[in-house]
Design a protein. Sequence first.
Length: 445
Amino acid sequence: MIDEQLAVGSPEAEAAVLGACLLATPAYDPVADAAQILADGDLTPANELVWAAIVRLHGASRPTGVPMVEAELRRTGDLERAGGAVRLSQLAAAACGSAEVEAYAGLVHGYADLRRYEAALVRGLDVARRTGPADVPDAIRALQADLDYLAVGDGQGDNLYGRFGDDLHEHLRVLEKPVEAAALTGLMDLDAAVKMRPGNVIVVAGRPAMGKSAFTLGVALTNAGSGRTTLVHSMEMGKSEVTNRILAARARVGLHHLLDGGPAILDDDWARMMRALPDLQDLPLWMDYAASVSPSRVRSRIKALTRETGQPPLVIIDYLQLMGTDHRNARQSAYERVSDVSRQLKIIAEETGAVIICCAQLNRGSEHRESKRPQVSDLRDSGQIEQDASAIILLHREDAYEPESARAGEVDLIVGKNRNGPTCTVTAAHQLHFGRIRDMARLDD
């Protein structure tokens, strides 16, 4: 049993774990057990050097006794900084028993997390002293990002590591039930091809004016209309513009009527909107119109809505390249910023079980092709977006380039990447005067 005196600090616990590793034999190997628990930075700097040498030797299938670790530290020039040969002997003398290694390693990791927690709070206080009134929300989000990282980082190993065969029977039982999509697009053929599952990040990309916002707002209305909690982060359009688009799409009122206002709105338009109003007021649809959104803001909104409604929301972000990172760096390039945001959104989706749909801009690559059709490689600013996405849907309208095209009124939804199904092209009808995209067979709905 662990001595209660060790609760004062972790030096003795660190010595106990390292000492056990220095006494390892082919029949008794505590290094692997300790490595499952200890993380970088868990130990004091001198002990961290000893631990790094032990891990390197263990990874090369070499002994980790005192003579070998001493030789390894001499080779790297770290022996004196690690306390010298005498310190290694002292660590070996402080070794705990084989049955106690995991418990002592857990104590070391717990104290390290406590130090990180305290450091995050100290940084928060320091930032608070230097923050002006207008920057308070950013400072809070930065601290929240630090605390969220610490909260989710602890204890993941037990849930994500194990022998493959242990859960096979449970997995087969799960397969007996049909898998329901966590979110729908509202377009029948597209929903058949793209199965959105919890933890997925879906990218909807296209050149300007192809209908990305109309498509994603339609997805938001479809899911909210079916009772799913839905959250929209609209960085490109403000509250009035988004509200007009939703009213136009749901009530089938000309968007240009609403944009002009006053006499441009006909009596029939008012009647249609009044009929649609009760349903729109009751939708489980939340809007965030902040012009600056970071991953930590998305995470906090998801967690708040999950607590309030009991289910992780469908999240729509319009659009990805407008987002900022939580740790601002004036020297960070657009590529680095977008890559960081993309990776963080993927982590948030997996952590919370939410489906995140991101609008994204394309570069001008498609403009130079004869067909003008976009490709996944046209995604602007970062290849990380392509790597992190579960599916990528590219929007293309021929009539955007040739107004007299025989395919006027049609939009191609090109599924260029799809982890959960086939890549294909689905053709739908765009009614951008109503701010929406519909199945061909449902134009009158």
